[in-house]
Design a protein around this ligand. Structure first.
Ligand code: UDP
Length: 245
């Protein structure tokens, strides 16, 4: 997020480098139940981002000192594969992946009925196979579907998407160039039934009015992402029904 480039990110007609208008998100594809050996799973594409989420549990929490006698804990491991970006990323955990794992777990804990499973752990693995900005949102979107696919009781399914600012324009769902050279990036996730915001971060600077507009764009888009999450789960459910007949 440097805010400086000779590249035109938004042209005089308001078009972005990938042909979108300011208020358009990239094409989104969501599939539930893509892995046999996990309790629940999902695959999400948002533009060039490709993300896999797998869920195990509820199961006994290890290490034991993390057990909570009142409720389950949600443990998330966000991992960006070395081959997911154009400059090979150093494999393994880094500060960024620890931060993203933490904020993702906190967002999911807002909807999972953790009180039903004292001392248990619900383990969520997010693998970024291909990255093009917005991976924390794609990962959280996939993780929510994977939790539902695992049959874990939740108040709602959490969708996430970012808005931001580039070339002085408030934009929905920044791509890599807009994220790198734009002026602000605001990933958000909501509980669709209440519009409660369960993840909100901000990198860069915006005016108050721009921030309000970015939130409005992202909340509206979150509802669209939620519809796609529900569709994916319905398709998965009807496939299961067919297979059992
Ligand atoms: N990125 C990268 N190498 C890294 C981390 C990030 O190339 O080690 C790229 C990747 O495309 C990522 C984008 O920078 O999607 C934006 O990263 P950010 O930390 O803002 O998180 P994201 O937008 O993916 O949630």
């Amino acid at each position: 997020m440097s805010g400086h480039t000779d590249m035109v990110l938004v042209d005089e007609n308001g078009m972005r480098i990938d042909g979108r208008t300011a208020e358009e998100h990239r094409p989104i594809k969501i599939e539930a139940g893509v892995l046999h050996n996990a309790d629940g799973s999902a695959y999400v594409e948002i533009g060039k981002n490709k993300v896999l989420a797998a869920v195990y549990g509820p199961r006994e929490c290890h290490p034991r000192h993390l057990q909570n006698p009142q409720k389950a804990i949600v443990q998330v491991k966000y991992n960006m594969e070395a081959y997911s970006v154009s400059d090979r990323k150093r494999p393994g955990t880094d500060r960024r992946s620890i931060e993203i794992s933490k904020i993702t777990a906190e967002a999911l804990e807002k909807v999972v009925l953790t009180e039903l499973y004292p001392r248990a752990s619900i383990d969520v693995y997010i693998e970024i196979l291909q990255a093009n900005a917005g991976t924390r949102c794609a990962g959280l979107t996939a993780a929510s579907v994977a939790l539902a696919d695992a049959g874990i009781p939740m108040r709602d399914i959490v969708p996430a998407i970012a808005a931001g600012k580039a070339d002085g324009n408030v934009l929905l769902d920044l791509n890599k160039e807009e994220d790198n050279y734009g002026q602000a990036d605001v990933p958000i996730a909501i509980v669709p039934s209440t519009d409660e915001i369960v993840l909100l971060q901000m990198d860069g600077n915006m005016t108050r009015a721009e921030f309000d507009h970015a939130i409005e764009l992202a909340v509206n888009a979150c509802h669209e992402v939620h519809d796609l999450q529900v569709d994916a789960l319905k398709r998965r459910y009807s496939k299961n029904q067919e297979a059992s007949q």
